[in-house]
Every structure is written in C-alpha cells, then in structure tokens.
Design a protein around this ligand. Structure first.
Ligand SMILES: [Zn+2]
Length: 468
C-alpha cells in the first residue's frame, strides 16, 4: 500500500491552494483555489492535471477564494463527488463564489470589448473562467461536516476537520489512510490563524501526523502584539473626531470587517471612544456578517458572553449596514464625524474608491488600513506615502492621515506557526512547507529544520511525493 501526494497549487507561491492525495485507488483533492498572483493567473485556465470526474471527493479548508475559487470550474468540467466542509464554510463559499463568478463574467466582457477596440488578443480566452450558472451547479455539491467528527470518505480513508482559527468555519484537516495493516495520517494545515483573535476559536492543536502540509504566508515574519490594535484604533477615532474628519477603512468582506466591528464595539463598551456612526458599506460584508450571526455556535467564549449580554458587535448602537448605492452615496452628505468600512480591501474597486475621493484630500480625515496591501494596488500607493494618487482617472493629493495596522492578520506568524507545530508528540516523517512566497517558505523551512531537526521540504508546483 502506498499513497501519493501531488502539489497542484500554493507550492512556491501563496494562492491557488490545491493538493491531490491518491491512495488505494481513491483520489481526494484538498482545496481547489484560484490563482490570484498576476503572473500565475494563466494557470486558472489550464485543464485539471487529472480528469475531474476521476476525483472522488474534495475537502475544503475554508471559504477564501484562493482555496475555493476554482470549484465551479471543477464541477463544470466533470467532478461528480461531494465537497466536504463545515456548514459555515459552505455558507460563506456560496457568497464568495457567486461574487467571483459575477466578476469573471464582467471581466470577460470588458476584455472582449477592449481587445476588439484595440484589435488584439489577450493571454486568456475572452469568455468567463466560469459563470454564475456554473456556480449554481457547484453549490449542491457542498456537504457539511462537524468539527472533530471523523468522516468516512471511502472504505480506507477518513477525514477529521478541526478549528483553524483563521476565518469563520475554517479547518485544519487530518486525513487517515488505513488499509491492510498500513496506516498513515496526512495533516493539511489550510490557513492557520493567530491565537487570541476576536470572535472565533483558536487553532486546534494536533498531536500526531505522519505527513504535514503547513502554510507559510508569514513564515519569515512576526506580527505586532495584539494590544496595540485597540490603542491605535482608539487614537485614530478620537483624534479624527476632534479634527471633525471621517475615518475611512478599506476592508475585506470576510473576517476583517467583522473583526474591526468587534474592536469598535469593545472600545464603545469600555468608553474609550465616544458614540460614533459606523457604516458597513459593502453588500458582501453585510451578507457575510449575517452568516456570522447564523453560526453563533462557532464563537469563542468572549464573543458568546457578548451575545449573552446583548452586546453583539454586529448590532451596536450607531452601526448601519448599507445595501443600496443610493444609501451609500447619502453618506457623503453627513457633516459630523463618521466611520465607513467598505471594500475592496486594497482599494482596487468597489465603494471604497468613492469614500476615498471624498476624504483623501482632507487633512482632518483618516484612512485606516487593516489589511495587507499588495504591490501595484491603490492601497499600496497610499500606505507607501505617495503625495498624489489617481482615482477614477483623476488626480487627488493625499492629505488625509494614513494609519496602517498590521496586527489584524488572520495568519499565524513564524513563531505562532512553530507553536502550532509544537503540539505534535513525535516528529512527522516529513513536513512540506506550502502557501508562501518563495523567500518566506524557504526561511520557514530552514527555521523549523534548525529548531526541530525534522525532515522539511518546500515542494515545487506539480511535484509528486510518494508517502511510504
Ligand atoms: Zn485564507
């Protein structure tokens, strides 16, 4: 008996998580994510390395697009099995995949028109990678699983999902292959959260695994301590209110928006900030917040306490969830200090751009970044301190105060990853470092090897490894 692991994404890069496990005639895919790095996006269009109809099941760690974003294509191309994930992940993935499908359709149409005008052809076909209809066909494949309940995938394969502490419903997945007296466990970290994050539980420790795939997004870095977040947010709100400006927060719809609401609610309860009107101006973040409210069973103790005392961060006095464009535009006419949280998180599109237009040149306003800003985005230009930025084709001087908070990260840093791995009672046969920029993955592999003496490698795209 032998098993084989194939690295089909997030190997030598961050996005496109996809790992194929083959054992005893079964094929199991763990995650099926979209590539988001500009130079790797072309891989989204490649046919699957094995025919999708030969894959028995998908195990999905969580609802981020770089982990679930290719599922509609997998189903359209012939996958017939179940997509196992927690019920919260299924609810969130539906919202995220429909949004992605809409963007894919708009993107294809935009490219078709532009190429027609310019009389040229682009690197990708001018059809959507997948459509809203493909996504509708994908969703019935979701099959909910409970944390810590071993699930039989086939006669010889069992999977157990445990909390990953990364986003609501996120999982670490332990797969056990047991056949003819041969037994091995393979542990997929998915994305590992930081301990003591708001709302959700901490990552679960795992005490035994023969093979481990561990993420390394922040494998070469350490985060700011947690306490600083409250201090920075308090100072930003109080000083902006004094100056009679607004606080504009570019935010990702999943987890980050709910986290900032959690902190504001805390600061209001503690009396550290005065009552303030907070607009969550993102239909997607609003839908996602409703999924949070539906899954109160996944909240940690502090959050459960808040709910019990009717002090939920999702309906504190002053919080307004905006749906329509008209309501969003009406925010501009408010004269008193307000806070507005909107997408996209890196200011590349969405309603945040309108709020930036209205505030970026006002010295009394504050732009508060709570997420990573990738190279080449408007968000990155602002945090880099550029004096002038272009929004909707117009130049605006940057006069607002810019605040960046690093501590919101939903990923464990180097030492927190080591801490998570230290839950193992004996060394694994092999540790594979995935889901990181090449330097970060390599640094983390060297760090773990030096600390533990384990057999650690950084697999490359399409590497195949026999698990003996
Ligand atoms: Zn993630």
């Amino acid at each position: 008996m032998q098993a084989k692991l194939e690295f089909l994404g997030a190997a030598g890069n961050v996005t496109g998580s996809r790992h194929l496990l083959q054992a005893n005639g079964n094929r199991i895919l763990v995650d099926c994510g979209l590539y988001q790095e500009r130079q790797l996006k072309i891989r989204n269009w490649d046919p699957f390395p094995v025919p999708p109809k030969t894959i028995d099941a998908v195990l999905l760690t969580h609802a981020h697009l770089d982990h679930c974003g290719l599922l509609p294509k997998l189903v359209r191309d012939g996958f017939k099995g179940r997509i196992y994930c927690t019920s919260a992940t299924a609810d969130l993935a539906r919202i995220i995949l429909f949004d992605s499908a809409k963007l894919q359709e708009e993107d294809a149409e935009f490219k078709r028109k532009r190429h027609q005008k310019e009389g040229r052809k682009g690197p990708y076909p001018e059809v959507p990678l997948y459509t809203v209809a493909d996504t509708e066909a994908c969703c019935p494949h979701f099959a909910p699983v409970e944390y810590k309940q071993p699930l039989k995938i086939s006669e010889h394969i069992e999977a157990t999902f445990c909390e990953a502490g990364h986003v609501l419903g996120s999982s670490i997945i332990k797969v056990k292959i047991d056949a003819n007296g041969w037994s091995r466990t393979v542990l997929f970290s998915g994305d590992i959260g930081r301990p003591n994050r708001p709302i959700i539980h901490d990552p679960a420790y795992v005490d035994q695994a023969d093979y481990i795939l561990v993420e390394s997004t922040y494998g070469d870095r350490l985060h700011e301590p947690h306490e600083d977040i409250k201090k920075i947010v308090t100072e930003a709100i109080n000083s902006t209110k004094k100056a009679k400006g607004n606080i504009v927060v570019p935010s990702f719809a999943l987890e980050r928006s709910q986290d900032i609401l959690y902190y504001i609610n805390q600061l209001l309860l503690e009396g550290a900030i005065p009552p303030i009107t907070v607009f969550l101006d993102s239909p997607m973040a609003t839908s996602i917040t409703k999924v949070f409210q539906k899954h109160a069973e996944l909240f940690d103790e502090e959050m459960t306490e808040l709910i019990r005392h009717k002090q939920s961060p999702f309906n504190f006095p002053g919080l307004k969830m905006i749906e329509t464009t008209k309501e969003s535009q009406a925010i501009n006419s408010i004269k008193r200090t307000i806070m507005v949280i909107a997408g996209s998180g890196m200011c590349t599109g969405g309603r945040i751009k309108h709020h930036l237009v209205n505030n970026i040149s006002r010295p009394e306003s504050t732009i508060m970044f709570i997420g990573y800003q990738a190279v080449g985005t408007l968000g990155r230009q602002i945090v880099n301190g550029e004096k002038e930025v272009r929004i909707f084709g117009q130049k605006y001087p940057v006069k607002a105060r810019v605040v960046q908070i690093q501590g919101f990260s939903a990923h464990a840093d180097r030492d927190e990853l080591l801490q998570w791995l230290s839950g193992l009672k004996k060394p694994p046969r092999k540790l594979f470092v995935v889901h990181g920029e090449p330097e970060s993955a390599q640094h983390f592999a060297d760090f773990i090897r030096a600390k533990t003496g384990w057999n650690v490698t950084v697999p490359a795209y399409q590497d195949q490894v026999v698990l003996d």
